[in-house]
Write a protein that binds this ligand. Structure first.
Ligand code: AHR
Length: 309
């Protein structure tokens, strides 16, 4: 733990209520709503005073929220960053104010890693790898060419960049497996529906046989467009998505989705624990990753009731 953190921690009275300022990036998906609820519930349960601001996908709104947290002199700041780049200056302002920062869910692309204490969130690259491995295995005896459509999330966001890279790192093993269409659909159901509709407006021999959606909401929207086009999602077009929402698992059980790679939004308890440990002056690992799974059609029915979002 760096000196500036030690000095902020040493000023703390152990009985004092911790105030946590949390800049949430938006409310675009079921995952995000579950993430927000998890942080709120965990704060209430652990007696931490939470001040949360929703930036509605705007990095400049995140900056505004962070500056207001500095003015309020909160004890700890957590940020779920909408995009990866552009964080250096604001993180430096926070550091100069002596407030420790936890990065939640996504990453920030900064040279100086002392600008934040730790990152709590999934291995988003590995999620892309898992999606790619599932597809390679499923298609092992299917001859090429195999055309893949990709619905990316928010442009410049860590999950979109890393899931895309992880997926490509695996499918490149087959030269006849090609991403023929790829576009951002902002992690929303509405955009997923809209972009998929345009993906399907091509001659039949150019139509994708596979959809890799960077999240469930976009996959759910896309399924509707696939059906509108008279095709069977899960059969005529293989659908792979990421997150593991209950709705996606229901579509998995119904055979309209082929696999869902899990991404865990329930990070609230770990965030509260981390805030407490920072305030107690403890040393923390630079990265904390929750354990995650891949859901397939065989296991979908038994998993649905266990889903928390
Ligand atoms: O950063 C996590 C991603 O953001 C989730 O996969 C997606 O649903 C959310 O909007």
């Amino acid at each position: 733990i760096s000196e500036w953190l030690k000095s902020s921690a040493s000023n703390v009275n152990p009985g004092k209520t911790i105030t946590l300022g949390f800049s949430q990036l938006g409310s675009e998906s079921a995952w995000r709503l579950a993430n927000t609820a998890s942080v709120q519930d965990a704060a209430a349960e652990s007696g931490i005073r939470l001040i949360m601001r929703n930036a509605e996908q705007s990095q400049s709104k995140q900056f505004e929220a962070l500056r207001s947290f500095i003015e309020m002199k909160v004890d700890v700041i957590a940020i779920a960053p909408v995009v990866e780049s552009g964080w250096e200056d604001i993180l430096l302002e926070i550091k100069q104010a002596g407030i420790p920062v936890v990065i939640l869910d996504r990453s920030v692309d900064v040279k100086d890693s002392s600008l934040f204490v730790t990152t709590i969130g999934s291995n988003l690259y590995e999620e892309g790898v898992r999606a790619g491995k599932y597809l390679l295995d499923l298609m092992r005896s299917q001859p090429g060419p195999i055309r893949i459509a990709e619905l990316q999330g928010t442009k410049g966001s860590t999950p979109s960049i890393q899931r895309g890279e992880g997926f490509r790192s695996i499918i490149k093993a087959r030269k006849d497996m090609v991403i023929t269409q790829s576009a951002p659909a902002d992690f929303t159901e509405e955009k997923g529906r809209e972009v998929m509709r345009t993906f399907l407006e091509v001659p039949e021999d150019e139509r994708p046989q596979v959809l890799f959606a960077h999240n469930d909401d976009m996959a759910l929207g896309a399924i509707e467009s696939i059906e509108e086009a008279g095709l069977r999602p899960g059969v005529d077009i293989i659908v792979i998505s990421v997150d593991g929402s209950r709705k996606a698992l229901q579509q998995l059980a119904a055979g309209k989705v082929n696999a869902v790679v899990e991404c865990n939004p329930l990070l609230g308890p770990q965030l509260m624990q981390t805030a407490k440990e920072i305030m107690a002056g403890r040393t923390l690992p630079k990265r904390m990753v929750p354990p995650e799974d891949v859901f397939t059609q065989e296991r979908a029915a038994q998993e649905i009731s266990k889903r928390k979002f």
